[in-house]
Ligand binder design. Structure first.
Ligand SMILES: Cc1cc2nc3c(=O)[nH]c(=O)nc-3n(C[C@H](O)[C@H](O)[C@H](O)COP(=O)(O)OP(=O)(O)OC[C@H]3O[C@@H](n4cnc5c(N)ncnc54)[C@H](O)[C@@H]3O)c2cc1C
Length: 508
């Protein structure tokens, strides 16, 4: 434990138990069956916990591979197959629930390697370094204020400190009651920060949640500041797998579920839900039916809206859920991922992962040949590099290849040596599946439990009563859904953990 974490502990910045778990049998006493729709983080987290407790679980995944937005698949390239992925992911250290699922297949999490540094690049201003701050507040905040080239003491004097107070007073209900109808953009403007500080310290944040500040709830931004910076004892440093996600995560998790009697079916899209006397029946695209007492819908928001819409029984069984789908099912703005296999490399001092501020399209750069073993071997063999570019909230209706080339041109503006790299191969995608956190969305965001008995939701767009986001929210809601089922069936629930539940200056 570092000094900053020890001081943080004194003010309650530490791991908190949200649900102690336990309370039932190590294995459910009677026969119990569950269908989990969706084989991403949320669905597989639910399946792991259910299978371990003896629930007969079937995972139905529409795609040919598991993982959803953390998926990976082989890509045929002219000089040999390479794994490609849905995109680079940072595994932060306060992802307690996701890490507990991952520990099932690697108890010491050896496959996760620390990533040195977390720079934010700009063509206008000096690089900001998020990765080398003390891990816990208040030291991380103080260090940021003292060290940041983007924020000086004079700036602090001129900023509106009252407007900044909500960032320190996060509360799971009051923050949403007061700020959910305000945009993140309005909140940031009210701080009266210099443009430089706003761009380098704040805007990168909202983009990382796949939302534009002008369309994102200020309450959600406050919650995310709390989760990643102001209530988090683990710091902004993060780890990443050194193998692709299929090898490191999905193959082992699938085998884990199967070794506990679960079934994991890919190419099995659920097309509708019906009621049966004993619970539910899920039908897949080929007409097969899967009956079960419990169903967890762990799909992305647009897919959830489609499935709910195709299941007439829910109009009677879960009218509130049906009503919420028109807003919930609208994804956030599109995101683009472009992986380039290039001749030559960028400078050796470039970071493995860099955030990017205020470029029209580019939001991050990852050097895969310095991150994952297969890409490293390819680069050693060819003398090339594997570079992935992301746009987290980009212009709609632009083809993926065009977005890729825009991002590459913007990269050259930041790293001039990239101009000399010849493109050998490009795989580019643009998709829109991330949940929207628009102003007012707290009113219609569904929680894990639905009005219908035995029907639960999980995923990164589902509400939690404790701080969580992105991959961690997916895992946490998957575990919560499993816990509801276990408690009904007499099985011991799984512990759920989070960070400090409220802001440092929040009233209780
Ligand atoms: C480019 C990119 C970068 C990211 N970076 C980070 C990061 O650095 N850190 C972080 O924490 N998070 C990051 N995220 C977010 C993270 O990927 C998601 O929060 C998380 O993977 C969502 O998992 P999920 O299980 O909730 O949903 P999904 O991954 O969307 O899984 C849903 C699954 O349901 C399946 N499905 C849909 N419809 C059906 C159906 N009808 N029947 C059966 N199956 C169906 C889908 O195929 C999919 O596999 C990133 C996301 C992207 C796109």
């Amino acid at each position: 434990m570092t000094l900053s974490q020890a001081v943080g502990r004194l003010i309650g910045v530490r791991e908190h138990v949200v649900d102690p778990g336990g309370g039932g049998a190590p294995r459910v006493p009677g026969p119990a069956e569950a269908v989990v729709v969706g084989g991403g983080i949320a669905g597989m987290s639910a399946a792991v916990v259910l299978a371990e407790r003896g629930v007969r679980v079937t995972v139905l995944e529409a795609a040919p591979t598991l993982g959803g937005r953390l998926g990976a698949w082989p890509e045929a390239l002219p000089d040999g197959d390479q794994m490609n992925e849905h995109g680079f992911h940072a595994f932060f250290r306060q992802y307690y629930n996701w890490r507990s699922i991952l520990r099932r297949v690697d108890p010491r999490l050896d496959f996760l390697k620390p990533i040195p540094g977390y720079p934010i690049l700009s063509s206008q201003w000096p690089t900001e370094e998020f990765g080398k701050l003390p891990p816990a507040p208040p030291f991380n905040l103080l260090a940021l204020l003292l060290r940041s080239p983007s924020l000086r003491l004079a700036d602090l004097r001129s900023m509106d400190r009252d407007a900044a107070l909500p960032l320190l007073t996060y509360h799971p209900e009051r923050t949403y009651a007061e700020f959910d109808d305000t945009t993140a953009d309005e909140l940031l403007t009210s701080l009266r920060l210099p443009d430089r500080a706003r761009a380098m310290l704040f805007e990168v944040f909202s983009h990382s949640f796949f939302n534009h500040e002008a369309e994102m709830s200020a309450a959600e931004m406050i919650a995310q500041f709390h989760f990643y910076l102001l209530g988090n004892p683990e710091g902004l440093a993060f780890d990443c797998p050194d193998e692709d996600y299929a090898t490191a995560i999905w193959g082992p998790l699938r085998r884990h579920v199967e070794s506990h009697g679960g079934r994991v079916l890919t190419d099995a899209p659920a097309t509708r839900l019906d009621r049966t006397p004993g619970g539910w029946r899920v039908t897949t695209g080929d007409g097969t039916s899967y009956p079960a007492g419990h169903v967890v819908l762990a799909v992305d928001p647009p897919a959830l809206a489609r499935l709910v819409g195709a299941s007439p029984v829910l109009a009677g069984a879960a009218p509130q859920l049906v009503e919420r789908m028109s807003a919930f099912g609208t994804a956030g703005p599109p995101y683009a991922v472009a992986r380039y296999w290039m001749d030559g490399d960028v400078r050796s001092d470039r970071a493995v992962f860099s955030g990017v501020s205020r470029q029209a399209t580019l939001d991050s750069v990852t050097l895969y040949h310095r991150l994952e073993n297969e890409s490293r071997r390819w680069a050693e063999r060819t003398g090339g590099s594997v570079v992935e570019l992301h746009a987290y909230a980009c212009e709609p209706d632009v083809p993926a290849e065009e977005l890729a080339e825009r991002m590459r041109a913007e990269l050259v503006g930041l790293w001039p040596e990239a101009a000399g790299l010849r493109v050998r191969e490009l795989r580019a995608r643009v998709e829109a599946q991330a949940p929207a956190f628009t102003p007012g969305s707290d009113r219609w965001r569904p929680g894990v439990r639905t009005e219908a008995d035995g029907l639960y939701l999980a995923g990164d767009g589902i509400r939690t009563e404790f701080p969580s986001a992105l991959m961690e929210r997916s895992a946490a809601t998957g575990i919560l859904a499993a816990n509801h089922i276990l408690r009904t069936e007499g099985g011991a629930a799984e512990p759920v953990r989070s960070i400090r539940p409220r802001g440092l200056l929040a009233r209780h």
